[in-house]
Design a protein. Structure first.
Length: 295
């Protein structure tokens, strides 16, 4: 009798424990998911200043030309002020919840694909442990660059130069259109032209962007996920075409701070400050790192 009671109690005890464990195995993952999604919702957006350089060589600085000395001065300022340069991949991973960003990230970009991005800029990226996105214009690399004796002052990157940049591990390549880097009175950059239907515009932009994607892949094995709007001219109609081409980050010329969240769409329309050679490093950095009053 005594033994039977104890066995009954033990059996009841085991059943209750099994029920509690089963309940926990269901409730804990639900609670975890709830907690983490709540934490993600509450996560503060990350401020991301983005610099846009163009040409870099030893000359009189201007709006689109800076000297190697100015670049060094910029990089030293960024280092001394705790900034870490991030890559396009870092940003994409962050928005997909597959990585984190440093406390003070900065994104460095260069437009137009000048040869000096390889000859002058890359050694400085290596010296200061920085990364950058170089957005190239297909026609410049295909038609102009091969016929030029390479000069830091005016030449463009050849396909081989682009490969060398990418192989350095310091540079990601962006698409800056194959042949829409111009304002011809009909169209500004790659924006929609007056009187053009959305269908006509779709074909023109899609064909141009995919031509550069195909040429880059054929000649260098690279498929860019970054697109830089020529001159920052944007049409509302361009966004679905840009998505269709597979771009995950688009770069504009709006001069303001970016706020990066876990939403991948926040990378479409990244604002950038043009680094004019007319500014001192301190003057430029003050503008670049200023927070917006409205986020
Ligand atoms: Zn450009």
């Amino acid at each position: 009798m005594y033994k039977c009671c104890n066995l009954k109690k033990l059996f009841r005890f085991l059943i209750i424990n099994i029920m509690i464990l089963s309940l926990c195995s269901v409730l804990i993952p639900v609670a975890k998911r709830f907690f983490f999604s709540y934490a993600a919702e509450k996560e503060e957006p990350v401020s991301l200043p983005v610099i846009m350089y163009h040409s870099v060589y030893e000359t009189q600085p201007s709006e689109y030309i800076v000297t190697p000395y100015q670049i060094e001065s910029d990089f030293i300022w960024l280092k001394n002020n705790g900034y870490t340069s991030v890559t396009a991949a870092d940003l994409i991973n962050y928005t997909r919840n597959q990585g984190e960003l440093p406390e003070k990230p900065v994104l460095i970009t260069l437009d137009d694909g000048f040869y000096n991005n390889l000859s002058e800029f890359l050694p400085l990226l290596e010296k200061y442990d920085m990364h950058a996105i170089v957005s190239v214009v297909g026609k410049y690399s295909e038609s102009l660059a091969p016929n030029d004796p390479h000069s830091s002052a005016y030449s463009y990157l050849t396909w081989e130069d682009i490969s060398n940049l990418a192989d350095s591990g310091r540079v990601e390549i962006g698409n800056h259109t194959y042949d829409m880097h111009c304002g011809n009175g009909i169209r500004r950059g790659c924006s929609i032209a007056a009187g053009e239907t959305e269908e006509q515009y779709h074909d023109i932009l899609f064909n141009d962007l995919t031509l550069l994607q195909q040429e880059l892949y054929r000649c260098t094995g690279i498929t860019p996920v970054v697109f830089a709007y020529p001159f920052g001219y944007i049409s509302r109609e361009s966004l679905p075409i840009i998505r269709e081409c597979g771009f995950l980050i688009t770069l504009t010329c709006y001069e303001r701070m970016n706020y990066i969240t876990r939403d991948p769409d926040c990378l479409l329309g990244i604002s950038r400050y043009n680094r004019s050679g007319a500014y001192s490093t301190e003057e430029f950095m003050e503008r670049l790192t200023k927070e917006n009053s409205v986020r």
